[in-house]
Design a protein around this ligand. Structure first.
Ligand SMILES: CC(=O)SCCNC(=O)CCNC(=O)[C@H](O)C(C)(C)COP(=O)(O)OP(=O)(O)OC[C@H]1O[C@@H](n2cnc3c(N)ncnc32)[C@H](O)[C@@H]1OP(=O)(O)O
Ligand SMILES: CC(=O)C(=O)O
Length: 531
């Protein structure tokens, strides 16, 4: 059976940028557009040229790149009331963007026409028809029917009349928008079908769907529209966008390709780039990853419960709806107080303890004991690795701390210059070594002092650096004072690893995490301890 190709219309750079906390630079926009084109999306809505200079510059910049089959669209609204289309600055800006496709949004809900635009219903229809006809002289036109589903429920005849005006003006695609994100899948299906019937004398017009996620249904609603014949889905990468966001195109594409029968996206190319694309957009937008994001999230295939891991080790499909590799993601096994032996065995294969139930039990009880004190090993793979080595008896310390002192304060009341100094005594081999260092803060000073002492013995430590430092205050439930948990993320050229420290004292917790981070590096590189 040949599959039906569904066009993927990405509006990360326009509707996505309307999400709270999202602000793309010009370079971010260009980089994301190039990345989207590499993945093979059909359309990239690059921005709103009437809105700001950055979006104008984006259209100038992106023209210099070959995007293959991907088409760039400029976005704008229909002409203003009481104005000819050709005189409207918004229309002129759209044409000046010189894109092969222009997407123009119009009002389809009678209430919006009269209450928001303050025009008669007839003038709104004229605004739509005339705007599309004017733009059509320069580019293909996609018509975004704003509030189509609410509009149809309020006044079906009028909503269809607005679509017909766009079709008569020459729009090739009717993108039906659930702008307020309040519709249910069955409503989307029924109203999309009604729209198609209302335009059945325009057989070349295709239908698209543009859903917002206010009812947490944007992906389901997009799929419902496809079920009844929509052949274009609009959305954003990671679902970023106005209010609760847009349909997450990553989930839409994965569901269409892997779950629903008979559809293909991205020209039939594999979906293995989706996870990387998701992370690229998060990083570029400087947004926190949504770890439990379906398909592409870090936790999407992370298994924690002991019974789950036990089953996964026998057959992955017992607790996985798809093979994570299909979307470029990976399986992760977590270790915690909820673990059974299976978690330990699965995660510790490189320690050759898969079949040693006694050692597995010992490790497990050590994990439970430490988690009781506030440790968490889910994001501290480096510390967990050392815990296994210590339990198995293969841990060989490369140094032992004897004492440290950290001082922090202000240099002068006037300048308010904050300083931190650390003094450290540690034993390396048979030598007691001292170091003193300054830093931007107490942890930075300690790190510098530690490196000062250790580098002459272990030059390989030059390769590693700290990537992230997180502090969490927790109450361990014992009724005593709150504890401090410090997580450090370190990296070298080929790996990153997390370590953890827990104490009543933030400096002590940080020092523990620092020590583990250095020991992990030295162990993983098989560096022999100095004598
Ligand atoms: C559903 C969507 O997401 S649509 C996209 C929404 N995105 C954005 O708004 C981001 C970009 N927007 C902007 O930069 C600005 O709002 C601009 C440049 C478009 C307009 O700015 P301003 O001229 O200062 O107007 P403002 O934003 O206050 O109001 C919108 C104007 O557009 C009119 N308008 C709104 N929708 C339409 C439409 N579909 N067709 C014609 N006019 C419209 C409104 O009536 C109002 O005009 P008025 O002040 O004469 O009544
Ligand atoms: C066009 C658009 O973004 C909307 O109606 O939601």
């Amino acid at each position: 059976m040949t599959s039906k190709s569904i066009q993927i219309y990405d509006t990360t750079l326009r509707d996505g940028s309307q999400g709270e906390g999202v602000s793309f630079s010009l370079n971010d926009k260009l980089q994301i557009a190039l990345r989207l084109a590499e993945s093979g999306v059909d359309f990239i809505e690059g921005g709103y040229p009437l809105s700001n200079e950055k979006d104008v510059a984006f259209f100038e910049g992106i023209r210099k790149h070959d995007l293959g089959n991907t088409k760039v669209c400029a976005f704008g609204m229909t002409r203003r009331r009481s104005m000819k289309a050709e005189d409207d600055p918004g229309m002129q800006a759209l044409v000046a963007a010189q894109t092969p496709v222009i997407t123009v949004v119009g009002k389809t809900w009678d209430y919006h026409a009269t209450e928001v635009l303050r025009v008669t219903l007839e003038e709104n229809v004229d605004m739509i028809g005339e705007s599309v006809a004017f733009l059509k002289k320069s580019a293909d036109v996609i018509y975004d029917a704003e509030h189509f589903f609410d509009g149809y429920r309020a006044n079906p005849k009028y909503a269809i009349e607005t679509l017909r005006a766009a079709a008569a003006g020459g729009a090739t695609t009717m993108a039906l928008c659930d702008t307020n994100g309040g519709s249910l899948p069955e409503q989307i299906a029924e109203i999309t079908q009604a729209a198609m019937e209302g335009l059945n004398d325009y057989p070349d017009v295709i239908f698209g769907i543009h859903c917002h996620n206010d009812s947490e249904l944007a992906v389901a609603n997009s799929l419902a529209a496809v079920d009844v014949g929509a052949t274009q889905v609009q959305g954003t990468i990671n679902g970023i966008g106005e209010r609760c966001g847009n349909a997450d195109l990553l989930s839409v594409m994965a569901n269409l390709s892997l779950k629903k029968k008979g559809y293909s996206v991205l020209g039939g190319r594999g979906l293995q780039t989706l996870t990387e694309l998701s992370r690229f957009v998060y990083e570029t937008a400087n947004l926190q990853w949504r770890t439990n994001q379906p398909f592409v999230g870090q936790s999407a295939f992370a298994h924690k419960g002991g019974m789950h891991v036990h089953a996964i080790n026998k057959a992955a499909s017992t607790y996985e709806h798809i093979n994570p590799e299909l979307v470029g993601n990976e399986r992760r096994i977590l270790v915690s107080e909820l673990s059974g032996r299976s978690n330990i065995a699965a995660i510790a294969t490189r320690h050759s303890i898969e079949n040693d139930r006694e050692i597995q039990d010992k490790i497990l009880s050590e994990v439970v004991r430490l988690e009781n004190q506030g440790f968490q090993f889910e994001n501290a793979g480096g510390s967990f690795d050392l815990l296994i080595k210590r339990t198995v008896g293969t841990f060989a310390p490369h140094f032992s701390p004897i004492k440290y002192r950290v001082v922090a304060g202000e240099t002068s009341a006037d300048e308010k210059d904050v300083y931190a100094e650390a003094i450290l005594k540690i034993r390396v081999g048979d030598q007691d070594c001292f170091a003193a260092a300054e830093g931007h803060g107490p942890v930075n000073a300690l790190d510098s002092a530690l490196r000062q002492v250790l580098l002459p013995f272990y030059p390989v430590l030059r390769e590693m650096h700290l990537v992230d430092y997180k502090v969490r205050i927790f109450n361990n439930g014992s009724g005593t004072a709150a504890g401090t948990r410090v997580n450090i993320e370190s990296a070298d050229h080929d790996e990153s690893w997390g370590t953890i420290g827990v104490s009543d004292n933030i400096i002590e917790a940080s020092f523990q995490a620092l020590i583990d981070s250095v020991e992990y590096k030295l162990h993983k590189d098989n560096i022999t301890p100095a004598t």
